[in-house]
Design a protein around this ligand. Structure first.
Ligand code: GLY
Length: 411
């Protein structure tokens, strides 16, 4: 990982050199993203990556036995455990579902059922937009894999709670109730629409879909700059629905491109196009993808700095979580596009997954607090979770590996 010292700078150079060597071995060129990648080589590493993930999460489960909370991150040698209302509470259960999906081992199903059940109270939680993240990753994956009708009932109630945050004057779901804002909407909120659409399909509630479309449409209108990068927070007037301010909360500056924010936008619009076929959403997804792909400060290993405009680049931390979200989204986007664009999106996802699966980002078993990936950034301005493992990086990484395997199986 990159930090502010000369010795770290040397380590970084060695790591970049190792990635370059790995890329050469896999037939990838660091210049020219449209270069063909030896995709079979990446495919062959997936069982090994899941094996290492399973070893880490087995140790994690053992270490957390008896604690009702949920592992979120590992900072300063301490495991950070959170309650269901924390926005990240659904990712650990989600990763357990992905381990079950890959291995079919009932051990993972039992663990996933346990960590999913811990989140049931969120079905009645109206205090944040994150209900979609929390219940979608846990109950949503659980329902997809087991069709347990009790899960659908909980998801239904959760969607009802989430939609209490929709104000028709504004046409958007309100993200937060805290802070100095009037009616804050963050780009991350695009990710909660998948949950609403999913429940709408399963339970036949068209209102949830309509709310999701309204949210996405208004976000398209107000959240993006001329270069197609996304602001983090747009604050609205709750009575008139007018935009009051465009700001950041977790980025380097109001006008900067916070890496995970770009990742949420890319993923959110790719998902919206999958669910609707609306070309406006595809166009937004490809514009964000192109912004990332062509960015002069996207490093050679394709794992972004925590903010594309961070002042001290290259001596600032990377954000593996942003890369994990991006790679998962890009695999899907490559299937919705054709020609050079499609190959470029897939090549970028492949390069990100190769980097994330390398020892530069994947921890050794029994290290890293038993999380899979190292080097994510939670909230740099608050100096919180900087260059640490975080559960959502692991979740989207496993998802991307599963998506990649599925893509290759269907070719
Ligand atoms: N949704 C909060 C974050 O990405 O940090």
């Amino acid at each position: 990982m990159l930090m502010n010292s000369n010795s770290n700078h040397l380590n970084i150079s060695r790591r970049v050199a190792r990635i370059f060597l790995l890329s050469v071995l896999l037939g990838i060129s660091n210049v020219g993203l449209a270069e063909p990648v030896d995709s079979d080589a990446l495919l062959r590493t997936i069982p090994e990556s899941f094996k290492s993930a399973a070893s880490q999460y087995s140790l994690m489960l053992d270490g957390c036995k008896g604690d009702p909370k949920i592992p979120r991150s590992y900072e300063g040698g301490q495991l950070k455990m959170v309650a269901p209302k924390d926005w990240t509470s659904g990712f650990f259960a989600g990763s357990l579902w992905y381990l079950y999906e890959f291995t079919h081992d009932p051990k993972w199903q039992a663990a996933a059922v346990d960590y999913t059940a811990r989140l049931e109270s969120i079905k009645d939680y109206q205090g944040s937009h994150d209900v979609g993240f929390i219940l979608g990753c846990s109950f949503g994956n659980g329902y997809r894999l087991t069709k347990n009708p009790a899960y659908l009932e909980i998801m239904n109630q959760g969607a009802e709670s989430l939609t209490t945050r929709f104000n028709p004057n504004v046409g958007l779901l309100r993200s937060w109730d805290h802070g100095k804002w009037n009616y804050p909407v963050i780009i991350d909120n695009m990710m909660n629409l998948e949950f609403l659409i999913d429940v709408s399909k399963q339970a036949g509630k068209s209102r949830y879909r309509e709310i999701a479309f309204s949210h996405a449409d208004k976000t398209t209108k107000n959240h993006f700059r001329d270069d197609s990068s996304s602001f983090h927070v747009v604050d609205y007037d709750p009575v008139t629905g007018e935009v009051l301010a465009k700001k950041t909360h977790q980025g380097a500056a109001d006008g900067s491109s916070w890496a995970r924010g770009q990742a949420w936008a890319l993923y959110g619009y790719t998902m919206m196009f999958r669910e609707t076929g609306n070309p406006v959403y595809l166009s937004q997804a490809t514009k964000v993808a192109d912004f990332i792909l062509n960015h002069p400060r996207l490093p050679a290993d394709k794992i972004p700095y925590w903010d594309f405009d961070a002042a001290a680049i290259p001596d600032v931390p990377r954000d593996a979580s942003a890369a994990a979200v991006m790679s998962s989204a890009l695999i899907e986007l490559s299937t919705k596009t054709t020609g050079k664009a499609s190959s470029q999106y897939l090549a970028l996802a492949q390069q990100q997954l190769i980097s994330l699966s390398s020892p530069n980002y994947t921890a050794k078993v029994d290290e890293n607090g038993n999380f899979i990936l190292m080097h994510s950034v939670g909230n740099m301005p608050a100096n919180s979770e900087v260059n640490v493992p975080i559960n959502y990086a692991d979740y989207y990484y496993l998802e991307a590996l599963l998506r990649y395997r599925r893509l290759k199986e269907t070719l």
